[in-house]
Design a protein around this ligand. Structure first.
Ligand code: UD1
Length: 427
């Protein structure tokens, strides 16, 4: 398994392109199954999760080509309503095929996703939405079995204990666009990735009102057509590079970003001491002063994203004072804390709140990547730590960051990927 070796203490400088959003690309690929004729997604990131979704789509009968920022999905052969455990356990977003299966094939057998490194991740809201559209659902032998002669529009809420669900909104919306009659989804997610999905579906011929609000009104149509669509920029990758620039007191310009999608992230990075200049599709980050502590809660969009919590924690760990980071989305998403503490951070978690006491320095250590964003936080910590940080199991990072080590190295980071058996380099 690959590892990263990072020697800290080198400020990042230069310009870096931001890739298309993973969390937009995955539902868009599934949505292509709803169309008659092929769809082309441009600005798609080259990621392990995208390859996994391509395998899932191939398993259900579609033809998929992934090549140089372009994903082409031809749903002509989509006739196999099954997504097995082998795929769903690799990537929870495989469950996005459930909505298209019900809409186009009238039945589905999809393995029920389990928990993961960031805690329990139920799918009751997805199932609630499909039932509201008339599907009969049973869970047997670890599989979700769903069937429906024809989906029928209805009026229901997808809001759960933590507010809206991105996954449930996307999945149920994909079913509703081909249902008979009107569907009203209340408590819908507002995330830019959902708006991107709505743009794709609308362009394909779907009738959806209310994009970017919590109430979506959908008039079912009989068919949708495949077309070309440009995936929105990845706001979490962008936030991670902003954090890297601020942390190392560098001067980094991000290209191909959508600052409007990053309001709360930009605000919080400024609160911790970053200077951020917004341009047309660009963001430039520098920092002069010391890092400042913050008190923050993760929230659904437009709140501060849980997918940026671990990265922000690295900045807080070197701030002049105590910060608190409270998780309202995934209360157990603190697996990175013990690794950061191995590097000299002073972080305590009680209930769903991490209290981060600022320290003067972090020191390089061998650490273990656990989930995607936690792993990105370890890369950030490595960039600023004294000495060498070895990050094991970087395949977690490859799921969601396109060539992170090449992008970081192009900005001056001393980071190197080592395959099995290779040894640390002397910088
Ligand atoms: C998506 C993102 C993930 C991000 C998460 C929260 C993708 C592929 N993944 O995951 O990177 O961390 O949003 O921003 O886009 N919930 C229920 N029942 C459900 C579904 C969700 O209770 O049926 C709860 C979850 O446990 C969580 C909250 O709702 O507390 C939000 O989860 P959700 O938005 O569904 O996350 P995902 O779509 O799985």
């Amino acid at each position: 398994m690959d590892r990263f070796y990072i020697t800290g203490g080198h400020p990042l400088r230069g310009t870096v392109p931001i890739s298309g959003a993973k969390n937009a690309t995955l539902p868009l690929m599934a949505a292509a199954l709803l169309c008659d004729g092929p769809s082309v997604l441009t600005n798609a990131p080259d990621l392990r999760d995208v390859d996994t979704m391509a395998q899932v789509l191939a398993a259900v009968g579609a033809s998929v080509t992934v090549d140089q920022g372009q994903v082409i999905v031809d749903p002509a052969g989509f006739d196999h309503p099954e997504a097995p455990y082998d795929m769903v356990r690799k990537m929870r977003a495989s469950i996005y095929v459930l909505g298209p299966m019900l809409a186009r094939l009238g039945c589905a057998k999809v393995s029920m996703p389990g928990g993961c490194a960031i805690g329990a991740r139920p799918i009751d809201l997805h199932l609630r939405g499909f039932e509201a559209l008339g599907a009969e659902i049973a869970i047997e032998h670890g599989d979700i079995l769903a069937k429906v002669p024809r989906l029928r529009g209805s009026d229901f809420s997808l809001s759960g204990p933590s507010g809206s669900s991105i996954g449930a909104t996307a999945n149920v919306l994909m079913a509703a666009v081909l249902a008979e009659g009107q569907t009203i989804i209340r408590g819908a997610a507002l995330e830019p990735e959902i708006v991107d999905l709505i743009d794709f579906l609308t362009q394909a011929g779907a009738q959806i009102e209310g994009a970017g609000t919590s109430t979506l009104t959908i008039e079912g149509v009989d068919s949708l057509s495949g077309h070309e669509h440009r995936v929105i920029p990845d706001r979490i990758e962008a936030g991670t590079f902003l954090a890297a620039g601020a942390l190392t007191k560098g001067d980094v310009t991000l290209e191909g970003v959508e600052p409007d999608h990053m309001g709360r992230t930009i605000e919080l990075l400024e609160e911790v001491g970053a200077d951020i200049e917004q341009g047309e599709g660009t963001l430039r980050v520098t920092r002069d002063g010391p890092l400042q502590p913050v008190a923050v809660r993760t929230l659904p969009y437009p709140g501060f994203p849980t997918d940026m919590q671990a990265q922000l924690m690295v900045l807080c760990s070197l701030a002049e004072g105590d910060s608190t980071l409270t998780e309202t989305i995934y209360p157990e998403r603190f697996i990175h804390v013990s690794e950061l503490n191995r590097m000299g951070a002073d972080i305590h978690v009680f209930s769903a709140t991490a209290t981060v006491r600022g320290v003067e320095r972090l020191s390089g250590a061998p650490v273990m990547a656990s989930d995607l964003r936690a792993s990105a936080a370890l890369v950030l910590a490595g960039l600023i730590a004294e000495g060498v940080t070895e990050i094991l199991r970087v395949y977690h990072i490859d799921r969601g960051y396109e060539r992170i080590e090449e992008k970081m190295a192009s900005l001056g980071a001393h980071i190197r990927r080592a395959g099995p058996g290779e040894v640390e380099v002397d910088w």
